[in-house]
Design a protein around this ligand. Structure first.
Ligand SMILES: [Fe+2]
Ligand SMILES: [Fe+2]
Ligand SMILES: [Fe+2]
Ligand SMILES: [Fe+2]
Length: 425
C-alpha cells in the first residue's frame, strides 16, 4: 500500500486538526485539556530563556497529544486530579502510541515521563527533560485552574514546589506570565481554542509525517481490539484492488485510499461496550452504532475534498436505498462509493468479530452474492472479488500481518515499561 496523501485530498497540515478533532469526539475533556496545556506551554516558550533547547512545533504537538494514552486506559478522571499517583498507564500508552504511530517517535519518551518531577528527571539525566518538564508544568497549572485554585495561590504553590517538582527556569517564566499577562484568566475562562487552532494552522508537516498522523488516527480506532486491528487496512486494500480492476484513474485511487482508511474514524465516538458487544445489539444500541457514519462525516467536513467526504461517509449506503445514514439511492452512488461499501462488507465478513468468527471463502462470497441478488450491492464488484479472491487475500495478509505484530509488540512493550518505571512514576 505504497500510496501517499495527495494535497488535493487533504491539506497536509489539516491532518493534525483531524487528529485533534477526533480525540475531542472521544472525550471532550481530553483534547480541551491538551489544548490548554498547549496554550500554556506556547506562552512559556515565548519568554523562557532556554527556549532554543526545544523545537517549538514539536513541543506544541507533544502538548496537544500528551494524554492520548488515556484513550486506551480510561484514566481520564484520575489524571485530571491535581495529586494523582496512578498515572502510569496513560503515560506508557501515550509514549508507545507516539513511538509506534507518529512522526514524533524520536521525542515520544517525553510522554512517558510527563508526570515525573524535575528532580527525578535530572537525577536520571533524562535527555528529553526540557520537553517532559514543560508538559508537566503546563499540565499541573491547567489541572490547578480547573479545580478552582486562585491565581495567587497557584503562584505560591509553583514557587514553593519548584525545586522538587518543576524546572526552576520554566517556573520563573510561568509565574512572570501569571503576574503580567491574562494567561491565568484565559485558561480559567476557556479562551484558548482559537489561539491553539491558529498555532496548529502554522504547523508545517511533510508528506511522510502526514502519512504517520493518518496511521495514528486509524490505529486509534482499530486498535480497540485485536479483532479489528486490520479492518480499515483490509477495507483499503480491497477498495484499491477493486479500483484497479475497474481501471480507475490514479486520482480516484488516491481518494479511495484516503477515504477507505478513515471511513470508520467516527467509531471513536461510540462507547467500547457497544463496539465490543459479544451478542446481538439491541435496537437502541444499533442506532448508536450506526451513528458512527455521521461522526465520520462531521470529522471530515471542511478538512477533506467533497469526493473523499462522500466516499467515506456513504460506506453503509445500499443500491436499493435501504442503507444509512441518508438512504441514498443507487443511481446517486458513484463507483468509488460503491467500491468502498463492498470492501467494508468484505472486510467484516473475512475478519473475526466479537460476535462471530471469520468466514471462509465460500460463506463470504455466498453472502456477498445474496446481497447483490437482493439489489443491495454491485454485482460486478462482487464477481471481481470472487475471481481475484486468492490474490486479494494474499495482499491483505501481507499488509495485516505486520500490523498484528505491531499490536503484539506494543502490548509486550507496555508490560515491560510498566514493570521498569522508576519508583516515583
Ligand atoms: Fe497525563
Ligand atoms: Fe495531562
Ligand atoms: Fe462503518
Ligand atoms: Fe468499516
Amino acid at each position: 500500500m505504497k500510496r501517499m496523501i495527495r494535497e488535493d485530498t487533504i491539506d497536509l497540515d489539516h491532518l493534525v486538526l483531524l487528529c485533534s478533532r477526533s480525540l475531542r469526539l472521544y472525550d471532550r475533556r481530553l483534547i480541551d485539556h491538551g489544548e490548554r496545556v498547549t496554550m500554556i506551554a506556547s506562552n512559556i516558550l515565548d519568554v523562557w530563556e532556554r527556549r532554543d533547547s526545544v523545537d517549538r512545533q514539536t513541543m506544541l504537538l507533544l502538548c496537544l497529544f500528551h494524554d492520548i494514552g488515556a484513550y486506551k486506559t480510561e484514566e481520564i478522571d484520575r489524571m485530571l486530579e491535581f495529586e494523582s499517583n496512578r498515572v502510569h498507564e496513560h503515560s506508557t500508552y501515550g509514549y508507545l502510541f507516539l513511538k509506534y504511530f507518529s512522526p514524533l517517535e524520536s521525542v515520544s519518551e517525553a510522554l512517558l515521563y510527563h508526570h515525573m518531577s524535575a528532580k527525578v528527571s535530572r537525577e536520571m539525566n533524562f535527555p528529553l527533560r526540557d520537553y517532559s518538564n514543560l508538559i508537566h508544568l503546563a499540565d499541573r497549572m491547567d489541572v490547578a485552574v480547573a479545580t478552582g485554585m486562585g491565581k495567587e495561590e497557584l503562584i505560591a504553590l509553583l514557587e514553593e514546589n519548584s525545586e522538587e517538582q518543576f524546572d526552576m527556569t520554566q517556573v520563573r517564566s510561568l509565574t512572570g506570565l501569571l503576574r503580567e499577562t491574562a494567561l491565568y484568566e484565559d485558561i480559567r475562562d476557556n479562551h484558548f481554542h482559537e489561539c491553539v487552532l491558529a498555532q496548529l494552522h502554522r504547523c508545517r508537516i511533510t508528506a511522510d509525517e502526514a502519512m504517520a498522523y493518518l496511521k495514528m488516527l486509524v490505529f486509534t480506532v482499530d486498535f480497540h481490539s485485536p479483532d479489528t486491528v486490520g479492518h480499515s487496512v483490509t477495507t483499503t486494500i480491497t477498495s484499491l484492488y477493486l479500483a484497479e480492476q475497474n481501471h480507475l484513474p490514479d486520482v480516484q485511487m488516491d481518494r479511495i485510499f484516503f477515504a477507505a482508511l478513515v471511513h470508520d474514524i467516527g467509531k471513536i465516538a461510540i462507547p467500547t461496550e457497544i463496539l465490543e458487544n459479544p451478542g446481538k445489539l439491541s435496537f437502541e444500541q444499533m442506532e448508536i452504532m450506526k451513528g458512527h457514519v455521521s461522526y465520520t462525516e462531521e470529522l471530515l467536513t471542511g478538512l477533506v475534498s467533497t469526493d473523499v467526504l462522500q466516499i467515506a461517509s456513504r460506506h453503509h449506503e445500499k443500491l436499493d436505498g435501504s442503507g444509512y445514514p441518508h438512504g441514498v439511492p443507487g443511481d446517486a452512488l458513484s463507483t468509488c462509493e460503491r467500491i468502498v461499501g463492498v470492501a467494508d462488507i468484505f472486510s467484516a465478513l473475512t475478519g473475526k468479530r466479537s460476535y462471530k468468527d471469520r468466514f471462509d471463502r465460500e460463506k463470504t462470497i455466498g453472502i456477498l452474492r445474496e446481497m447483490a441478488r437482493d439489489g443491495k450491492i454491485d454485482r460486478t464488484l462482487v464477481e471481481q472479488i470472487s475471481a481475484g479472491y486468492d490474490e486479494l487475500m494474499r495482499r491483505i495478509t501481507e499488509a495485516v500481518q505486520p500490523m498484528m505484530e505491531t499490536y503484539r509488540s506494543l502490548h509486550a512493550d507496555f508490560e515491560y515499561v510498566m514493570a521498569h518505571l522508576p519508583d516515583e512514576q
